[in-house]
Design a protein around this ligand. Structure first.
Ligand code: IPE
Ligand code: MG
Length: 227
């Protein structure tokens, strides 16, 4: 969800105003998912590296998260959205940590949409934590055991990754899980990302041929045998 700061700067507003607007964009997209057949939505809200932003912006982001959780959990309940936070918890304030835990507990039984909010998350952090855990318990590291130890083990790999804000990089998001994910880059700033923008991304996704390392003929079923 990139571009909140630029959205605010263009309007001569403080960056935090862009993050607030970003929450509204997220609410729209969350509501749009179930009717489009999307059962898992994973968003990058705050990265392991975002702590190095100005203190005022970091505390503004924490306040926005706490406020959004206190306001939005009843709506998530009504809409059947299960919210899960993915990322390190140890360096979060007790207030924020409690907000995350309460929202997760309140929505744990919901099934219409799983909303993973990557918060204090980094793809490298995830892989290192998983590997360290496996090493500590003496489990052999394989693709399967490592996948199962990652913070998003409760979901399949993503089919489509949308990055807004006109940047074309992953910035430490889902490094392991995005191995075969289709990438889509939107020049819209996140607060401007709306249902038609989501639909454009989904239409483009439908035109992609996903080969997972195979050939086009294999995917089309034209290759009878590899003997
Ligand atoms: C939001 O966009 C992402 C967060 C880290 C919360 P940015 O804050 O990165 O916005 P830009 O890139 O400065 O416009
Ligand atoms: Mg940015």
């Amino acid at each position: 969800m990139d571009g909140n700061g630029r959205w605010a700067s263009k309007r001569f507003l403080p960056r935090v105003a862009g993050h607030k607007q970003g929450v509204d964009a997220l609410k729209r997209i969350v509501s749009a998912c179930p009717s489009r057949g999307i059962s898992v939505l994973t968003v990058f809200a705050f990265s392991s590296e975002n702590w190095s932003r100005p203190a005022e912006e970091v505390s503004g982001l924490m306040d926005i998260l706490a406020l959004a959780l206190s306001r939005e959990v009843p709506k998530l309940q009504r809409d059947g959205v299960q919210i899960r936070f993915v990322g390190a918890r140890d360096n979060l304030s007790p207030r924020v940590k409690k907000g995350l835990e309460d929202a997760e507990a309140a929505t744990a039984a919901n099934t219409a949409l799983t909303l993973n909010v990557c918060f204090n998350y980094g793809g490298r952090w995830d892989i290192v934590s998983a590997a360290a855990h496996l090493a500590a318990v003496g489990t052999l590291i394989t693709e399967k055991s490592l996948s199962g130890a990652l913070a998003l083990a409760h979901c399949g790999d993503p089919d489509l990754l949308i990055r807004t804000g006109n940047e074309k990089r992953l910035s430490n998001f889902l490094l392991w899980q995005a191995a075969y994910t289709e990438l889509y880059f939107s020049s819209l700033l996140w607060p401007d990302f709306d249902e038609p923008a989501l639909d454009s991304a989904l239409s483009e996704f439908r035109t992609r041929e996903r080969r997972f390392g195979k050939t086009s003929d294999q995917i089309a079923g034209n290759v009878v045998s590899d003997a």
